[in-house]
Design a protein around this ligand. Structure first.
Ligand code: SF4
Length: 129
């Protein structure tokens, strides 16, 4: 298993800063207590991509208890270097949104009504078309 640049920088940066501050006699307990209270504390980081344009910027989703807590750019992605444009930065609101469609909807030709379909039916329909 390889180590990513992000993981390496986190580990070495945190270690170096902690060592330097400890040498200066600075108490890190308040900072550690603050970090433990961050909304992303204890989250699993999942790499994904922004779907909005062909740049396909990498994103890092912080997930806790099966729910997305936060989305940020991936500093290891060479195109964006960790940045996201306004659309990418709004990715969280696309996922955490009561209006989000989570099941396939089908509108038959000539109909004005959308009907909920299951995935097997939908994939079959797409394949036939
Ligand atoms: S963050 Fe912006 S530039 Fe990057 S893929 Fe998404 S829409 Fe495109």
């Amino acid at each position: 298993m390889g180590i990513s640049r992000r993981t390496f920088l986190k580990a070495t940066g945190a270690g170096a800063v902690g060592l330097a501050l400890g040498q200066l006699g600075i108490d890190l307990a308040p900072a550690q207590a603050y970090a433990a209270g961050l909304k992303t504390a204890g989250c699993k980081e999942v790499i994904s991509i922004c779907p909005f344009c062909s740049c396909c910027c990498n994103t890092i989703f912080s997930v806790k208890g099966g729910k997305i807590i936060s989305v940020e750019g991936d500093p290891d992605y060479p195109v964006s270097g960790g940045g996201l444009c306004a659309k990418g930065a709004a990715l969280l609101s696309m996922h955490v949104n009561k209006h989000r469609v989570t099941k396939p909807l089908y509108r038959a030709p000539g109909s004005a009504k959308w009907v909920e379909k299951d995935w097997a039916w939908t994939i079959n329909r797409i394949a036939r078309r």
